[in-house]
Ligand binder design. Structure first.
Ligand SMILES: Nc1ncnc2c1ncn2[C@@H]1O[C@H](COP(=O)(O)OP(=O)(O)OP(=O)(O)O)[C@@H](O)[C@H]1O
Ligand SMILES: [Mg+2]
Length: 460
């Protein structure tokens, strides 16, 4: 059966000429205004909609928006007037396959239509495949081919299958801690309950307490009725405490008691209730350092760190850069209806040698941005932002032994600091060893501190 193409445009001549050009290959439907177009989308579920941006009744972008809300999954090509780039970008975000500026050549339009329908076939096949996969595989969409990640997957499996009641996940921002938490949950065969997530940084302490533990009626002014807390809601499943490093000291004390006794009380309650959820906490902070600076309770740290999963930063697993990049290209190809090919060669080398301070989130955002804004068949060096192409403007010292170029001043400063360590902070001795005056030594350290302070400021 031939595929259906709906043309929504108020210009009759345009509908006619497009219809003539396409009618031998597709079944053609036409609408001359927004509401009729939307109606036909809902009634006929066409494979492809050629949608004019400016329409009487309902603008093209609104038709698209409402169609998507109504569950329409077909392809859309926007036809925009010259200069309507904003509409075009918005349309792409709403999952339009492409946009074509008017006036266009029929030949170009035919090619776009062909590509869109081809992509839609792939999309359907992929959706079916994904649906089948995600049910059975706890590591679905969790990419990792490096030895470090294989190790991590193995640990997750073991922890999932075990009765471990508390797990701590550590790792830099964007490294995938949330995915780890979900994978633990999915790996635990007997878990019948949900994953309940709460971000400890996002909620004020007093609220966090009643969110976690729930409250009895009348426990405080606003407590008009008894309310279950998240610990109860997660029964039989997993309670995910994200950014645990941000939890206040008082609540930390309560949490410690909960972890030790496996019981808790609702705010204002006297009954001890059993904790029936696995508690998984995550942090991107160095908790030991937080303990040292008395922002995190030492006893809670020890209780939490019985089972620790460390998610390595991306820069320590360059083997994962290619599979991750191609995974995201694939994903945004489908979402945005593009056909960008996998990366390799120079581009891959550059991506591998970059330090990825924002880890996988940064890589994912990069791929999305490029695919969204550029009309391309292949990712080239020119599409990468400068800080990635020229890593020497963004020096990073890796403890992983991977060479990352940095300015001489930075090397010098590290050498000076090491020497000072060696002399136990004795500046005269350090200056003698380094062959410079005490005065010069002091200045160099001061300059280094200032430079560090400014780069630290820029990082955020
Ligand atoms: N191994 C991976 N495979 C596929 N996608 C990943 C992987 N790791 C991370 N991601 C994706 O990268 C993004 C960031 O991951 P996630 O939210 O888990 O990071 P995080 O460690 O919790 O960061 P933060 O500390 O900032 O909360 C998410 O969109 C996630 O799906
Ligand atoms: Mg997170």
């Amino acid at each position: 059966m031939s595929q259906t193409v709906l043309i929504v445009d108020d210009e009759q001549t345009l509908r006619w000429s497009l219809g003539e050009a396409l009618k031998d290959s597709y079944r053609i439907l036409e609408a001359e205004d927004g509401p009729t177009g939307l109606h036909l989308i809902q009634e006929e579920n066409p494979d492809l909609v050629l949608l004019d941006g400016r329409l009487p009744g309902l603008a093209g972008i609104e038709v698209l928006e409402q169609a998507r809300k109504g569950g329409f999954k077909g392809q859309v090509v926007m036809m925009t007037a010259y200069g309507e780039l904003e509409t075009a970008v918005k349309a792409m975000k709403l999952g339009a396959f492409d946009f074509i500026s008017k006036p266009f050549q029929l030949e170009k339009m035919s090619k776009t239509i062909e590509n869109a329908l081809q992509a839609s076939k792939l999309k359907t096949a992929n959706r079916q495949w994904e649906a089948a996969q995600s049910k059975s595989d706890p590591f679905h969409d969790f990419i990792g081919e490096s030895p470090r990640m294989h190790e991590l997957f193995e640990k997750i499996r073991k922890i999932g299958a075990s009765r471990a009641s508390t797990v701590l996940i550590q790792g830099e921002s964007g490294s995938g801690k949330e995915l780890v938490a979900r994978a633990i949950h999915r790996s635990s065969g007997q878990s019948t309950g949900p994953v309940v997530e709460i971000n400890c940084a996002a909620i004020p302490e007093t609220l966090l307490e009643s969110e976690l533990f729930g409250h009895e009626k009348g426990a405080f002014t606003d407590a008009k009725a008894r309310k279950k807390g998240l610990i109860e809601a997660a029964a039989g499943g997993t309670l995910f405490l994200d950014e645990i490093g941000e939890m206040g000291l008082q609540l930390q004390a309560r949490l410690l008691r909960v972890l030790e006794n496996r019981t808790f009380r609702r705010v204002g309650g006297i009954e001890d209730l059993e904790v029936k959820a696995r508690i998984v906490a995550a942090t991107n902070k160095n908790l030991l350092q937080e303990v040292e600076e008395v922002r995190f309770r030492q006893d809670l740290y020890y209780r939490l760190s019985v089972i620790v999963l460390d998610v390595p930063p991306l820069r320590q697993r360059p083997e994962d850069v290619a599979p991750l990049t191609n995974f995201f290209i694939d994903r945004f190809n489908h979402e945005l209806g593009k056909g960008v090919v996998p990366v390799d060669g120079d581009v891959l080398d550059v991506l591998k040698s970059y330090s990825w301070p924002g880890n996988i989130r940064e890589l994912k955002n990069l791929v999305e941005r490029v695919l969204l804004l550029e009309d391309l068949a292949q990712l080239d060096l020119e599409h990468l932002p400068r800080e990635i192409r020229e890593p020497d403007t963004n020096p990073q010292m890796g403890s992983d032994g991977v060479f990352r170029p940095e300015p001489l001043t930075a090397v010098e400063l590290r050498h000076i600091l090491r020497t000072l360590e060696y002399t136990n902070g004795n500046k005269s001795r350090a200056a003698t060893i380094l062959g410079i005056s005490r005065q010069t030594l002091r200045e160099k350290v001061k300059q280094g501190d200032r430079a560090k302070a400014t780069t630290a400021g820029q990082d955020d």
